[in-house]
Write a protein that binds this ligand. Structure first.
Ligand code: UD1
Length: 429
């Protein structure tokens, strides 16, 4: 398995191109199952999770064609995928594939909506807490799906089609909201989702579905109304920029000092995180091209942060913020409210010399004047990149082992950082 070697202590200066959002790309690709026609997605990031989902969709009979770049086109502008689910040959999503990525469980919604049946393995993905699917199942049941759980598989049946319903989520769930929207798009009648997730990726998928002929209103608010239609058609859609990648590089710059333009970033997608970076001492400036992040001279100030559903501070940036706060002048507190057990990066950050104390869902971070490079292990997607951020500021060599998780969610992280002056390289495993 590949490793990433970092020699800390270099400031970041230059431009980093922000890729299309992983968390929009995955549900958008899954939404292609709803139509017989081709869905064209632009600005798709090159990630291991995208490749894995291609395989999962391929297993259902979906054809994914990756358009080549024309001469003169910028290789950084993401790829274009032509996805055709004309013939669905199999409605089973097997354990070997679904267990590798939690979001692939979401295929259950378009499959049951369009084909009347689906058999999908219980999901896997990052080992961050229990991450159940009870709310996704609740939403499908409300829409008239009969559900059975057998041998680690969820079997969903709706031979006469789905019916619009009221779905009230007791807890905000991104996956539950995606599932409900996709299924309700092809249901008979109207569905109202209350306490829906407001994450920007929900709005992006709803925009794309509306281009395909769906009738969804209110996406981006906590009340979404969907009038079911009998069929969806093809469309072309550009994936929105990745707010988690944006926040991650913004924190990397705040960590090392320097001045970087995050090209294509949209500040309104991560205002809570940018506000926290401002409090920590970084200068964040929205520009026509994206967001500029700089920190010169002054040290980092500690912060008090609690993760929350959008528009709150995202759980997917919690590990990166913790890495940053290891170098603050004073004590920070970070409380994780979305996922229990999402603190696997703590012990690795401690290996680099961080002072972190965990008490239930709150981490207390006493800033230290310097971190020292060491071998560390990437445990989950966001934790991995927090180790990269820490390594950029640590004295000497940090070797991040098992970067498999990093490649699931961050496109060419070492190239993007090296171009801005970081001493970082990938070593083949
Ligand atoms: C998505 C994101 C992930 C992000 C998370 C929260 C994708 C591909 N992944 O994950 O990066 O960290 O949102 O912003 O978009 N829950 C239940 N029952 C369920 C479903 C969820 O109890 O049936 C709980 C979870 O355990 C968690 C909370 O609800 O505590 C939020 O999870 P959810 O929003 O569903 O996360 P994902 O959609 O899996």
């Amino acid at each position: 398995m590949d490793r990433i070697r970092i020699i800390g202590g270099h400031r970041l200066n230059g431009t980093i191109q922000i890729s299309g959002a992983k968390n929009a790309t995955l549900p958008l690709m899954i939404a292609s199952l709803l139509s017989e026609d081709t869905l064209i997605l632009d600005n798709v990031p090159q990630l291991a999770d995208v490749v894995l989902l291609q395989r999962i969709l391929g297993n259902h009979g979906v054809d994914v064609m990756i358009a080549g770049k024309r001469a003169g086109e910028d290789a950084n502008n993401g790829r274009t995928l032509h996805i055709s689910a004309k013939h669905i040959v199999d409605t089973t999503a097997p354990y070997e594939l679904v267990s590798k990525m939690r979001a692939s469980f979401w295929v259950i919604a378009p499959l049951v909506a369009r084909m009347g049946e689906a058999k999908v393995s219980m999901p896997g993905g990052c080992a961050i807490g229990t991450r159940p699917v009870d709310l996704l199942i609740m939403a499908l049941e409300k829409l008239g799906t009969e559900i059975e759980v057998e041998g680690g598989y969820v079997i969903a049946r709706a031979p006469k089609g789905l019916c619009g319903a009221e779905i009230n989520f007791p807890k905000v769930t991104v996956g539950g909201t995606h599932t409900a929207i996709m299924a309700a798009s092809l249901a008979h009648g109207t569905t109202v989702i209350e306490n829906a997730a407001r994450e920007p990726e929900i709005g992006d998928v709803a925009d794309c579905l509306n281009k395909m002929g769906a009738k969804i209103s209110g996406a981006g608010t906590s009340r979404i109304v969907i009038e079911g239609v009998p069929k969806l058609h093809g469309a072309r859609h550009t994936v929105l920029p990745d707010r988690i990648e944006t926040g991650t590089y913004a924190m990397a710059v705040a960590m090392t000092g320097g001045d970087v333009l995050l090209q294509n970033a949209r500040p309104e997608l991560l205002q809570a995180a940018l506000d926290v970076l401002g409090q920590a001492g970084a200068t964040v400036t929205p520009t026509n091209e994206g967001v500029r992040v700089a920190r010169n001279g002054a040290g980092l100030m500690p912060v008090e942060v609690t993760t929350a559903p959008f528009p709150g501070f995202p759980t997917d940036l919690q590990a990166q913020l913790m890495a940053l706060m290891t170098r603050a002048h004073g004590t920070s507190h970070i409380t994780e409210t979305i996922f229990e057990n999402r603190f696997m990066h703590v012990q690795e950050l401690v290996r680099l010399g961080a002072h972190i104390h965990l008490d239930g869902e709150t981490a207390t971070i006493d800033g230290v004047p310097c971190l020292k490079g060491a071998p560390v292990m990437a445990t989950d997607l966001r934790a991995s990149v927090s180790l990269v951020i820490a390594g950029l500021a640590a004295e000497g060599e940090t070797m991040v082992n098992r970067v498999y998780h990093l490649d699931r969610g961050f496109e060419r992280v070492e190239e993007k950082l090296a171009r801005c002056g970081a001493a970082i390289e990938r070593l083949g495993g």
